[in-house]
Design a protein around this ligand. Structure first.
Ligand SMILES: Nc1nc2c(c(=O)[nH]1)N[C@H]1C(S)=C(S)[C@@H](COP(=O)(O)OP(=O)(O)OC[C@H]3O[C@@H](n4cnc5c(=O)[nH]c(N)nc54)[C@H](O)[C@@H]3O)O[C@H]1N2
Ligand SMILES: Nc1nc2c(c(=O)[nH]1)N[C@H]1C(S)=C(S)[C@@H](COP(=O)(O)OP(=O)(O)OC[C@H]3O[C@@H](n4cnc5c(=O)[nH]c(N)nc54)[C@H](O)[C@@H]3O)O[C@H]1N2
Ligand SMILES: [Mo]
Length: 707
């Protein structure tokens, strides 16, 4: 008996303890990770989680957030039943209802709005979670609207759009084979640790590394051969200045340009305005470092640049800066060759895992081409042309206008209104809605505004398809029963599709049938995948052949890589530049607002809105803080822990000061997502990138006051 207790205390799996290890995935961050979990289960409850050694993604490791999966699943505010609002909207008063009543109410309301006002008066929105998106987009489109939008209106897509204007094709770094890797705004130690392994391995085999980051970080200190420190949001000028040196020295691939590139002459003429001294003036990077970077690119036999989802895109000039950066690879011929930037094969959930599925077709099939253009089409025409979906940063304004195009209902999966710059606009917009449904794991500040709240379950309580680079594929099994009456999002969508009588067999048939459709060309079945304890490697898939995309020809308007975008040039009414021109981050009055505010650089123990209320993660950095340079702290008489007020054109908030040698003078850094000190509530929701529609979270402007 005492032995048994010891086995239990020690959490030793086996018959004596009754503890079993089951395998699942962590779905807290993006499908780009989805690390393998060993979940220790006793009597139907999770008692511990560890990283799975055999898993190709994390090989046994877990980050701070992943290690908190048990606490996450059993958070006290987990939703356990469907809820119906009983108080005023936003008051947070609800009573439990049955699933039947919830689904009936939602179906009736949405169908009624569609009949009376048209399908475009309902918006379908997804927060950061992505696992259900392929079904959700199809659901919205089958309902009849293009107004499907996601958190990716602020994340990742700006870079994809930059590549679309250049190559009509999304491109990724071939880091495993490159001679020179440029981590442009990369600190993977905090935001995506599996990439650190790739960089370390590369260094072992002699790969050189340039990191471009205004801050000193573990990545710049431990891995960078050259650290370039531009001011926030000036990366476009830096790239153009490096290009200037490359062109002036003839360090470009003339043959490649002649054969494959459109608009080089116009581009070279523009770039002539950015000699290194001008580059220094605009970015703060010493001219010698700009020249050094160009030399390193010239000396490398191959070069690629990381895909960054946030630091480049979160500026008023974000997409243009991306284009300027990626143009460096175009003029040096580092495209579609070993160690260069590689065209992706679309596998599943925006990932390139080395094989193709039918996910894209599944998502596109029901798109209402003749429907009304999505919200944001007028404000951000390039976004609309390249994405076809709603730009969610325009949604609150659409509702606040209260005209014949204003949305009357939102159906959301995992909405966090605090993610939007100027998020108070959303609170005003919620008040104007006829109907609002939010599906979440927890009773969030957004769910409190809904009329119906539905309880979703986590990845450990459901089964789902997973794919990983290296031709890995898997289908997980639930490791515990869903808590309370919670259900998976895809089951909820399918219930609704049936109740609404949607003309879509696959959605009505449910998640597994949809997946069966998506993987129909692969040499495996769902049953085989479910039976495997870990992801399996698909056999017989031919590897990508470098050069094959160029050989086939590109789908851009000119059939070439476009330094000068023909699509943009042909649409002068958009008022956008066909070249990757540089404009400094918007600041209406530099004397009044001398500081650049970067609101969001990742911290290891938080993920957006989700971890601030979890003591296990929160205690690692308890106070919402503002990091600033030692020089500025001295000048303002600020010491560690002092209260510092951050004042923008919208409002002010007070944070605890962390003076640090890692930050440059004139810049302040604050993490987002805190409910009690929400930086987005004092950012300007109209300060958007005209190309992508992304908010300028990372080059906002402010002044500071010591309290
Ligand atoms: N721990 C943790 N990890 C996360 C997340 C999280 O919330 N917490 N969120 C996930 C999500 S959704 C995303 S999009 C990714 C983002 O992931 P990353 O893009 O890797 O993360 P960041 O820390 O935001 O930015 C990386 C570095 O870019 C620098 N940087 C900021 N602004 C600029 C700029 O204007 N120019 C340049 N050159 N560098 C700049 C920052 O100083 C920082 O060191 O992280 C994902 N991973
Ligand atoms: N100031 C500032 N703002 C930013 C950023 C920044 O850097 N600075 N970054 C931007 C970026 S890059 C991103 S990606 C966004 C973050 O995007 P958000 O959508 O704000 O991300 P989260 O806070 O994680 O919120 C997601 C919600 O989904 C819920 N959820 C989790 N799993 C599931 C599930 O399986 N089903 C359902 N139905 N719900 C689930 C969570 O509980 C949470 O309430 O924020 C953006 N906003
Ligand atoms: Mo993101």
């Amino acid at each position: 008996m005492s032995n048994n207790i010891d086995y239990i205390k020690g959490k030793v799996p086996g018959e004596e303890s009754g503890i079993e290890i089951r395998h699942s995935v962590c779905d807290i961050c993006t499908p780009g990770m989805h690390c393998g979990l060993d979940v220790y289960v006793k009597d139907g409850r999770i008692i511990k989680v560890e990283g799975t050694k055999e898993h190709p993604q994390n090989k046994g490791k877990l980050c701070t957030k992943g290690a908190a999966n048990r606490q996450y699943l059993y958070r006290e505010d987990r939703l356990l039943t469907p809820l119906k609002r009983v108080g005023e909207r936003g008051e947070g008063k609800f009573e439990p209802i049955s699933w039947e009543e919830a689904i009936d109410t939602i179906a009736e309301k949405l169908l009624d709005i569609r009949e009376k006002h048209g399908p475009d008066r309902v918006a379908f929105y997804s927060g950061y979670s992505k696992w259900y998106r392929f079904m959700f987009r199809r659901f919205a489109n089958a309902f009849g609207t293009q107004n499907y939008g996601t958190e990716s209106s602020s994340c990742f897509t700006s870079g994809v759009m930059a590549w679309q204007t250049i190559a009509q094709h999304h491109m990724l770094q071939d880091m495993g084979n490159t001679d020179l890797f440029i981590g442009w705004g990369t600190n993977s130690y905090f935001s995506r640790f599996p990439m650190v392994g790739g960089m370390e391995k590369g260094k072992e085999r002699g790969m050189k590394l340039i990191v471009v980051d205004p801050r000193i970080t573990p990545t710049t200190k431990r891995l960078a051969d050259l650290h370039l420190r531009p001011h926030l949001g000036t990366d476009g000028a830096l790239a153009l200045s490096i290009a200037n040196v490359l062109i002036a020295n003839g360090w470009i691939d003339k043959e490649f340009i002649e054969k494959y590139v459109y608009g080089y002459e116009e581009y070279a003429e523009y770039v002539a305005q950015f000699p290194p001294e001008k580059g220094r003036e605009l970015t703060g990077v010493p001219a010698a470092d700009i020249i050094k970077a160009a030399e390193m690119i010239h000396q490398a036999s191959s070069c690629c640049i990381t895909e960054s989802s946030a630091p480049m895109g979160h500026h008023t000039n974000g997409m243009q800066n991306y284009r300027a950066i990626m143009s460096l690879l175009v003029i040096t011929g580092n495209f579609d060759k070993k160690g260069g930037q590689k065209p992706i094969t679309h596998t599943f959930m925006e990932r390139d895992c080395g094989f193709a599925t039918r996910e894209e077709h599944f998502m596109e099939e029901k798109y209402p081409h003749s429907g009304k253009p999505a919200i944001g089409a007028k404000e951000h025409p390039l976004w609309y042309r390249l994405r076809g979906d709603m730009q969610a940063n325009d949604l609150a304004f659409n509702i606040l206008r209260q005209d014949e195009e204003s949305v009357k209902a939102i159906f959301a999966l995992g909405m966090n209104y605090r993610m939007f710059a100027g998020d108070n606009n959303y609170l005003e917009a919620f008040k104007k809605l006829d109907f609002f449904v939010d599906v979440d794991l927890f009773m969030t500040d957004t769910a409190k505004w809904a009329d119906i709240v539905l309880p979703a379950c986590t990845s450990m309580e459901r089964g789902e398809l997973k794919t990983y680079p290296g031709q890995f594929i898997w289908y997980t099994n639930p490791v515990v029963e869903p808590l309370g009456e919670s259900k998976s999002d895809c089951d909820i969508l399918s219930l609704l599709a049936n109740r609404m009588g949607m003309d879509d067999e696959l959605l009505c048939a449910g998640y597994e049938k949809c997946i069966e459709y998506i993987i129909q060309d692969l040499p495996v079945t769902i049953e085989q995948l479910k039976a495997a304890p870990h992801p399996i490697k698909l056999q017989g898939i031919p590897p990508y052949r470098y050069g094959s995309t160029l050989k086939k020809g590109l789908d851009t308007p000119t059939g070439k890589l476009e330094l000068y975008s023909k699509l943009i040039a042909d649409n002068p009414q958009w008022g956008l530049d066909a070249l990757p021109t540089y404009t400094p981050p918007f600041n209406p009055d530099k004397e009044k607002y001398p500081f650049l505010l970067c609101a969001g650089t990742r911290i290891p123990n938080a993920l957006h809105s989700r971890f601030h209320d979890m003591p296990w993660a929160r205690h690692l950095l308890n106070d919402p803080s503002v990091e600033m340079s030692m020089e500025d702290a001295d000048e303002y008489g600020i010491e560690l822990g002092d209260d510092v007020e951050i004042v923008t054109n919208i409002g002010s908030l007070t944070f605890k000061a962390i003076p640090t040698a890692t930050v440059q003078k004139g810049e302040v850094f604050i993490y987002h997502g805190y409910r009690e000190l929400d930086i987005n509530s004092i950012l300007d929701g109209t300060n958007l990138d005209p190309y992508s529609g992304f908010p300028a979270y990372r080059s906002a402007y402010c002044y500071i006051r010591r309290k």
